[in-house]
Every structure is written in C-alpha cells, then in structure tokens.
Design a protein around this ligand. Sequence first.
Ligand code: GLU
Length: 295
Amino acid sequence: MTSGLTTRFAPSPTGPLHLGHAFSALLAHDRATRQGGTFLLRIEDIDQSRAKPQWRDQIDTDLAWLGLDWPRPVLCQSTRLPAYTAVLKHLWKVGLIFECRCNRRDILDAASAPQEGVAPVIGPDGVVYPGTCRHRDSQQGTRPFPVDAALRLRMDRALQIAAPDGDLWFEETGTGPAGETGRVRIDAATLPDRIGDVVLARRGMGTSYHLSVVLDDAHQGVTEVTRGQDLFDATAIHVVLQRVLGLPQPRYHHHRLIRDDTGRRLAKREDARAIARYRDEGATPQDIRAMVGLA
Ligand code: GLU
C-alpha cells in the first residue's frame, strides 16, 4: 500500500558523503519505504563554486551501494534558479526583502557597536544582522528588482504575516537538541532578535539555502523533512517562509548527529569517515548500518 509520506535526502555535492550522511539517508529512506511512501534524492548545488561533478557522481554510487533507490530524474537546485528568482521578485515587490550591501566586517562592527565589549548575538546563520541596509527595500514597489545583490528578509514584517497572533509551531517526529518533540512552539516574538533578517539571496548566487530548501520541499511534495539536529534552529526560518509564501508545512524529523571519537560532528573535509573509504576497506552496507546504530 502506498502512503502519502515523502521524505528526502538533500546533500550538497561539495565533498564525500560520510557516516553522518549515511545515517540521514538511510533513516529518511527507511521511514518512507516502511510506510509505502517515497524517498527522494535532491542535489543542493546552489553554491556552484564548491559543487563538483565528482562528488555528484559519488553520491549516486554511495547511496546505491547502501541499497537505496529513488525516483529519477533527480532534482538539482542549480536548475531551479528561475523559480527562486520569481519568488524573490514577489517578495521584493511587497516589501518583505531588502538589498544588503554589507560585508562580514560591516556586520560584525555594527552588531558590536551598540554595546561595546558585549558579544553580538549568534543565530543559525552567524551574527544576527544589525539592520544597517533595511531602508533599501522596494519603496512600495517603486524601485526595480536589484540584480546580483544580496537580499535579506525583513523578519519583523514577515512575522506579521506568518504569525499575526504570535502562534508559530511545527510538528516534530524526531527530537531537537534539547529533546523537543511533538508540537514544537517557536517563540515568534523573539525571532527578530534571535535570528533576524536572514539572507534569502546571496550575491552572485541568486538564492540561499533557506529559500531553496523551502521552495523545493514544497515543489517536490516532501511531507517529512529528515535531517540532522544541527539544522533544528533553521526550522523556525523555514516555517516563517512557508507561512509567508502560503506553502504546505511538512513535518520535521531531526535526528542525532554522528560524531567522531572526540565527540565532534563529522565534517565533509574529514574523509576518514567517508562511505567510499569504508567500502574500499571491505565494509558491507550492513556494517555501515550497524556503525550508525540502525538495524
Ligand atoms: N544540503 C544540506 C546539507 O548538505 C541539507 C539541507 C536539509 O536537509 O535541509 O547539509
């Protein structure tokens, strides 16, 4: 019997997949297929300066070796730029985004300025934006859409649409870093200070992780987003965007992170835990499942 459950694994082809990716992909796959649902692969290659065909090919090889299967053709985010631009143009017109000309140093300086000696607030994307360029919006639709610019969300205005009564939440079927599960409430009133005006389009990229992930999960009919707990805090941003854009809200299944012997989260550059390396050394897919704690 088929169910409406659709999960996905959405790697960026910027390095070898390691045990943490194997866990995420296997979990998303198992959750979908055990309920007769669909498991999708999506390639998150918006950062064309870092994405490499070699890693793209290895993703297919590694996942197939692990025993996973998925519908083809696979969606690559680099083919979706027209869709991202269309949404950005809409957000520009209605005054929900603004052009940002700050560099990292400007942001750090401005964020530290009001209270010297006090560390700036760090959100899921780094230092919370101090609001320097907020006035550079469409001026009620009169300014043309800025080409090749960084664009940021006006979080305060977005929240007026996303949570006019302050009610913001998502359904968690896994667990957040502090054990959050079930109906997870987002403290909407503190989002402008905790997360702020996040980047929706990077200069020279035409989109950002937050925008493309939200649009593509909706475009592909994903009903459960399976991913690591390191992205738990970004979920508030995604929920705000879904509400602002009138998109269906998927459930979330955040999972524990696979760590190295010193307790650090695995990173792509450490290929010691690469799936390909284990395979070359004679491990079986069942060994990989055991290593990540999946039966
Ligand atoms: N592309 C992201 C990554 O490789 C995952 C995004 C997501 O699962 O929401 O870390």
